[in-house]
Design a protein around this ligand. Sequence first.
Ligand code: ZN
Ligand code: ZN
Length: 336
Amino acid sequence: MTAAETMTAIVKAGPGPENVVLRQVEEPTAAPGFARVRVIATGICGTDIHVAHDEYKYEAPVVMGHEILGVVDSVGDPADAAWVGARVACETYFSSCEKCEWCRAGSRNLCPDRRSLGSFENGGFARFVVMPMINLHPLPDSLGELDGVLSEPLACVVQCLLDPAIVNPGDRVLVTGPGAMGQLAAQVALAQGGLVTLAGLEKDAARLAVAASLGIGTTTAVPDEDSYDVVIECSGSAPGAAAALRSAKRGGRYVQVGIFGRDVSLPFDLVLYKELVVSSGFASTATSWRRAIALIEQGLVTLGPLVTRTVPIEEFSSAFEAAAAGEGIKTVIVPS
Ligand SMILES: [Zn+2]
Ligand SMILES: [Zn+2]
């Protein structure tokens, strides 16, 4: 018997950020019903940073990374052979229980026993990743080389904003936080006919400039109070959320997209005083993926300029630090 080939992977090996390490792991193979995807690039998500700091659930050791763009390398069932060579974006659920009330209703994102790539099952910060066939979404040929890496965060934004639709044409919309989720939320709200302002801090000038180049209004000022029909909180920070609550109009809508990663203090009485409708979306569903891919195919979102840095896997730690510090918009890791 020959020894299995190994590959370099970013592994969350135990508690604390010091246990995010490069390791050689065995290259996986696909069983029937599964595909092995050769990773082109995998985006660094806020969730990866939360996993690194033990602020999001995981099971160690696990290969991190869930915003996966790749090419189907092999399949476990010969009946799926037509998929080999397809460029794909990948849903993140490796498995869910299929029996709970949420799975039965098509909301696998809410399954308490969901096991996702990059936190409970080996993910995309490596040369290969194995996943169920139903996770695969073929990407249009027209899409730029790395754009597909943003399909997964786009599906999450769509889950928050389009299912059901939150923005009506002509609504004044404030988005707080110009990271990848804020940029995508601003683009989706614009596509829905909103008059969109993306708010950030002085240090966000470069990120806001990207949004401005795509026709989105931007500001670094404190947003006007009681002014917006819809506020979309994408910063995952208490000041951002407080500004969003204050900026919402009476009878307006507040959408939580960012993750705080811990308990925070907020002026939540404003929800009552202004009769705000609060909603959110956790991860994605098959429906939000279908809508996200449709937005891409119809050119209603522009993904290319949001990929601001490409980093070889060996240099992951500087890239993780930069992502945690809010530098750039989307940094992607390229395997060796
Ligand atoms: Zn993500
Ligand atoms: Zn379930």
